[in-house]
Design a binder for this molecule. Structure first.
Ligand code: TSB
Ligand code: ZN
Length: 583
């Protein structure tokens, strides 16, 4: 999908189309007040205050018609420069624009753009005439808090996209359709991977047997990999006392993302949003010498975060998640080597899953935001420059983002795009000088002195939830054989004659730990074959007279039309090899 924001001409066109939208809305709803209408990666939107009115699909049609009319009438779009007083006078009926003008401070000249009877406060640039805005589509409408703050009024946000030609617009709409087809929520439902229920709650999906099977494979996969890399896994509770999170600093900087306190007897408990505090205590359970480090404590750990109800999305953003987490306790001189190992582990895992479309992001703090980040300039400067140095030395291509750090330190995040265009973090590797201090962690150095270790937080698959969402969208539900909920579907040509042989093959595969299904329903062969494809099962075995007689099997691989015959032993070895080597 084209990123509109990355193309200057398309950005101008889309932003101009946002003005056209506001123009049409102003014609149709006289009392409408307008906040902002930027171009975005997906096209454009405009946030509009329509009183209590909620825009419907019918309204969108009406607005579209009016926009087309204005576009066709070829109105020139002219830049106007106003003094502050003139601007305040021009926009006196719109409190949102007045607040924008006031926010501009002492600015002497304020620019606006005018097309026929509509004027909007704007820096520009714009296309020359409304005529250029013929090929657009209004896509959806949603509520959006004024300035993104949930304490404020909900405005109507209307989204759209605009292209210079109808062909390009059609192409874009086709891509949107395809993205909808790839959306993990749709595939998850179609393939019975997971379900959601309002009775359980928002952001709390239930993993069904098919999805749970895939997850179990992912858990075994990453656990084994980590054991080979010298990790030790633990199980720690999903609850912790408020004091634990006061000690860590979560209470001061992360409370808004946590579920509220539960009072029990004399204890105050919270559901944990992260596992770091528990792991700090695991480290502290023993004395350590410099020779013991690095110590790598891993856990597949459930966490709970109070994500906004508008932000939760299938398995991608949930309120209960399971992290593929670990905390590495290292000496300062081991930071580079350990970060390198984490990065290499991420890259090795990505190779196994054929993940190629991602970007590394160095996530830094926002100095101005005192609430969100631990306040210690010296510590932050040290952590950020150290992590940047390591990444540069590792020759990693990364971009920097302010305001994306954890409250305790900077992060190296791996960013991917979901089917419907969400930019989300998959893996993460974070450098932390704070928690060792807060928990008073030490080791003894070669001179017998007590020294602070440094902590590296890392999640390779991120959470199983988000990773699964990603996998579903990347594979469109056609998982590689080693992950597929059902790996082989056995279809006897005729139950009367071939069921016995089919059962023999079924037992052979089952005894070899292959996830196999025997479709012995009295349905037509063609029907069963088609269903095998709909369920995206990697192998369909067709067993008839020839196979029974020669002790062979004939298979069709998902996505191919070819039928291949092998001896049953050959097939078994072929299958075991594919699974073992994750082909
Ligand atoms: C890596 N303390 C660290 C940990 O040691 C931590 O919690 N980091 S995190 O906040 O970045 O979360 C780790 C990963 O969880 C993220 O990289 C992301 O992939 C995943 N994640 C975060 N929030 C959600 C959510 N609401 N739903 C699903 N996955 C999430
Ligand atoms: Zn952590």
């Amino acid at each position: 999908m084209i990123d509109i924001k990355k193309d200057e001409n398309l950005s101008i066109l889309n932003h101009s189309c946002a003005h056209l939208l506001a123009h049409a809305v102003k014609h149709l709803y006289k009392d409408a007040k307008f906040w902002v209408g930027p171009a975005i990666s997906e096209g454009f939107y405009y946030d509009i205050d329509l009183g209590d009115r909620v825009i419907s699909v019918d309204d969108l049609e009406k607005i579209t018609k009016e926009m087309k009319k204005i576009a066709k009438s070829d109105k020139l779009i002219k830049k106007i420069e106003l003094s502050k007083e003139e601007a305040l006078e021009t926009f006196k009926d719109d409190p949102y624009k007045i607040s924008l003008i006031k926010e501009m401070g002492d600015k002497e000249i304020i620019s606006a753009y005018k097309q026929d009877d509509f004027i909007d406060l704007c820096k520009g640039p714009h296309v020359k005439s409304t005529k250029a805005l013929k090929h657009f589509k209004l896509l959806k409408v949603s509520g959006a808090y004024y300035k993104g703050d949930s304490k404020n009024k909900v405005l109507q946000r209307i989204y759209g996209v605009c292209y210079p030609t109808s062909e390009e617009l059609e192409e874009h709409l086709k891509c949107l359709e395809e993205a909808k087809e790839r959306d993990h929520r749709k595939i998850g439902k179609d393939l019975d991977l997971f379900m959601t229920s309002d009775l359980v709650g928002k952001g709390l999906p239930l993993w069904l047997p098919n999805g749970a099977t895939v997850r179990c494979e992912l858990e075994n996969y990453i656990r084994e990999k980590e054991i080979k890399e010298g990790y030790h896994h633990v199980y720690t509770p999903s609850l912790g006392s408020v004091d634990l999170y006061k000690t860590s600093g979560h209470w001061d900087h992360y409370k808004d993302d946590m579920f509220p306190v539960m009072e029990m007897d004399s204890e105050q408990l919270v559901l944990r949003p992260m596992n770091c505090p528990h792991h700090m205590l695991v480290y502290k359970n023993h004395l350590h010498s410099y020779r013991d480090l690095p110590i790598r404590i891993g856990e597949l750990a459930p966490d709970f975060r109070y994500e906004a109800s508008g932000a939760v999305c299938g398995l991608e953003r949930v309120r209960q998640m399971c992290q593929n987490d670990a905390h590495l306790f290292v000496r300062p001189d081991q930071i580079k080597e350990e970060v390198a190992k984490v990065v290499n582990l991420i890259l090795a895992v990505y190779e196994d899953f054929h993940i190629t479309d991602y970007e590394f992001r160095l996530s830094l703090r926002d100095k101005e935001n005192k609430e969100k980040y631990f306040d210690d300039d010296e510590m932050w400067e040290k952590a950020e420059s150290e992590l940047r140095k390591v990444l540069t030395e590792l020759n990693l291509n990364f971009y920097e983002a302010k305001g994306e750090a954890a409250f305790y330190g900077p992060k190296l995040d791996v960013q991917i795009k979901s089917a419907i265009g969400h930019d989300v973090t998959l893996s993460t590797c974070q450098l932390d000088f704070l928690l060792p201090e807060r928990f008073d962690l030490t080791y003894t150095d070669e001179h017998g002195a007590k020294v602070r270790p440094v902590v590296i937080h890392r999640a390779i698959l991120g959470t199983f939830d988000r990773f699964m969402a990603y996998l579903i969208e990347e594979t469109k539900g056609a998982f590689p054989t080693w992950l597929a909920p059902i790996q082989v579907n056995i279809i006897p040509v005729n139950n009367e004659y071939h069921l016995e042989y089919a059962s023999e093959i079924y037992n052979l595969l089952k005894d070899n730990n292959i996830r196999v299904k025997l479709d012995n329903r009295d349905e037509k062969l063609g029907y069963k074959m088609r269903e095998s494809v709909t369920h995206k099962i990697p192998f369909a075995l067709i067993l008839g007279d020839k196979e029974k007689e020669n002790k062979t099997i004939s298979y069709r691989k998902y996505g191919t039309e070819e039928t291949i015959t092998l001896s049953k032993e050959e097939f078994l070895n072929f299958l075991l090899d594919i699974i073992k080597n994750k082909k």
